[in-house]
Design a binder for this molecule. Sequence first.
Ligand code: UFG
Length: 332
Amino acid sequence: MNNNILVTGGAGYIGSHACKALQRAGYTPITFDNLETGWAEVVKFGPFEKGDLRDRARLDDVFDRWKPKAVMHFAALSQVGEAVRDPGKYWSANIGGAVTLLQAMADHSCRDIVFSSTCATYGDQDGVLLDEATPQRPINAYGASKRAIEDMISDFGATYGLNSVIFRYFNVAGADPEGEIGEFHTPETHLIPILLDVASGERDKVTIFGTDYPTPDGTCIRDYVHVSDLVDAHVAGVHWLEAGKGNRVFCLGSSRGFSVREVIAEAQEVTASQIRTEIGPRRGGDAARLVSGSVAAARDLGWQPARSTLSQMIEDAWRVHQTLQHPGKRAS
Ligand code: UFG
């Protein structure tokens, strides 16, 4: 058996970091990505197959040639605000991609999948700490599409013997500690990279989306986890499946919540810059508070986040922001 792992979305932020972790762990990550939101420049740790998941013939070709022993499925649209504005786009890309991928896996006898899900599947739960047993009640098409894929994986498991590890992430942040890859979106919508753009003078200010949430300072609270810790869990997920330990869901967070204002204060500290802010209205689809209360990944997967303090995440992201060129911002 070869050590090939098909990484859908391997040209994206989390997918590219996963490829690096897989290569380091002795696997060959085969990136499959349509480059709609990803960058060929970050595919540095294994072969690249450009393609869209909804193109079954292209997927068949890739499965035939690489015969992956497992799949890590990251490829998806993932912006909450955009999902509220254009839900059809989310249902089409995320569901269409997943169903084609799962059917191809079944037909090519590829039985192990690690799936990138999200705490956005929980919706707004009134401040409770979230874990694997919390009921999922998504409040936007992004979260709803990810929950539907979780259900799809369970159905394919029952019929075709597909084995799965599903990770529900909290807010992923930071960048490769060795500075080889980072977070590159166009347009950028995530809080921390926007703060770094303001700190470096590439943006004028950040808009705080709502200060009237039922939280101590009125801004939304999120649980941030370092991308390098997150992808370590994914490698542990592959080992879990190789050991035949069965289907599982794990939340991946740091069990600490930070408000938007607290993140801004920390970013000012790390970058030693004043970050100009303005107050704006709430952004549709945002939950007031999303914080993990899960211990399952630590207990059962042996997952120990090493870099998931807020200052470390911002520091790592800041270093890459200063040293690596954003592939979408090249001078033309
Ligand atoms: N925010 C602002 N101003 C901005 C950008 C963000 O105030 O310019 C706020 C948001 O309203 C939110 C918080 O900062 O309260 C974090 O927002 P992000 O856009 O960085 O992250 P999200 O929480 O919206 O979503 C991210 C990923 C999703 C994932 C989710 C899990 O994009 O894929 O985390 O919480 F599902």
